[in-house]
Design a protein around this ligand. Structure first.
Ligand SMILES: [Zn+2]
Length: 373
């Protein structure tokens, strides 16, 4: 069965590659709703031509999401991905699409326009004889910036399906069975300004407190357990001869388990400043829960591994620090397997690329998985 899928997608490889090239040509940074919407319309139109019902779902203030479906009943599989990339408009002119030694290069090609092309190929292949239980494809416009505008849509659709397969890039070919939860804390320090030469003792330095806070974070983090707190952006002070009245710090937070995310959050919120004249306000927190392996999602991985073996693919299992929308669907108790997109490398980096030969293979894996009861 899976072998038959493979030969079908092998003979459709030219279309897979030309779809991918067209998707890369439509630059779609998360903060440009028009351009992201243009990709959504392009996918809708192509799928329409291939007999797949597809529609746009607005996700203000971001661009539109794309929702396509074959089959009529609830309870099947949701294929999940995103239309946006981290690359600003103009990157394509600098680093145009090119193919070299079987690898395709271009902004967003790996994360995750290749997964979008695979999702389109799977739905198009299923359209002539749709499975009873729906196979849906949801592509959101804002995954790279946290999915605030699409999260509800993703979770409500996931709940109508039996499982979620995320078409995000694979980890060197392996599926992603665990992802860290992640979040951002914005910490504001308010002190008292004073002349640094005349009467510094009357001041209360927000910057000095910020510095203490950064060291405090090192004590809260537990890198051995995978709980990391990284101070990423800091701003302080107003002039070279003034005790800083205000300071701001951004902290990137990651953890493998919900328990660790809670522990870290509680510690940060309970921080008490060493300097009496400074107050500290904390906003934000974990906005993506961890994707923790559950019995159900492990069973889903085992099934995928078996189907992959029929295709001659040894599907590994990876745990990764980066989050995806799979974190939300797993937290909503829908069995989720992530990282089913093609092999490649350099996500969010200049050498971003995808292995073209892997596209038909991944499409066959996904198609065989969704058709298996
Ligand atoms: Zn991605």
């Amino acid at each position: 069965m899976s072998r038959r899928w493979l030969s079908a997608f092998e003979s459709g490889r030219l279309r897979l590659a030309s779809d991918l090239e067209a998707l890369v040509a439509l630059e779609s940074p998360s903060d440009d709703a028009d351009r992201v919407g243009r990709v959504a319309r392009w996918v809708r139109d192509r799928l329409g031509e291939r007999g797949v019902a597809a529609e746009l779902r607005p996700c203000p203030p971001r661009g539109d999401a794309l929702l396509a479906s074959v089959g009529s009943l609830d309870g099947g599989t949701l294929l999940l991905g995103h239309l946006d990339t981290v690359w600003p408009v103009g990157t394509l002119a600098e680093r145009p699409w090119r193919v070299e030694s079987g690898r395709a290069y271009g902004p967003g090609v790996f994360d995750m326009k290749a997964g979008v092309a695979v999702g389109m190929a799977v739905l198009s292949a299923l359209a002539p004889r749709p499975p009873q239980h729906a196979v849906s494809l949801l592509l959101v416009p804002d995954e790279e910036v946290g999915s605030a505008a699409s999260r509800e849509l993703t979770v409500s659709l996931a709940r109508r399906h039996r499982r979620v397969l995320v078409l995000e890039p694979s980890q060197e070919g392996a599926a992603k069975v665990a992802r860290k939860g992640c979040g951002t804390f914005a910490v504001r320090f308010s002190g008292r300004a004073a002349h640094a030469g005349l009467e510094p003792e009357r001041g209360a330095s927000a910057l000095a407190e910020l510095a203490r806070f950064v060291l405090f974070l090192e004590g809260v983090a537990d890198p051995a357990a995978g709980s990391t707190l990284t101070a990423t952006v800091a701003r302080a002070g107003s002039a070279t001869n003034v005790v800083p009245e205000s300071a701001e710090l951004v902290v990137d937070a990651r953890a493998w388990s919900g328990g660790e995310a809670e522990r870290v959050t509680a510690a940060i919120r309970a921080y008490s400043p060493a300097c009496a004249g400074v107050t500290v306000g904390v906003e934000g927190g974990f906005d993506r829960p961890p994707l923790e392996p559950t019995t159900q999602s492990t069973a889903l991985y085992e099934r995928a591994r078996r189907v992959a073996a029929e295709l001659g693919l040894d599907l590994g299992a990876a745990r990764v620090g980066g989050g995806s929308d799979g974190n939300f669907t797993a937290a909503a108790d829908v069995p989720t397997l992530d990282g089913l997109g093609p092999r490649g490398g350099g996500a969010h980096a200049r050498e971003e690329h995808v292995v073209l030969d892997d596209l038909p293979l991944r499409a066959a894996l996904v198609a065989a998985l969704v058709c298996e009861a």
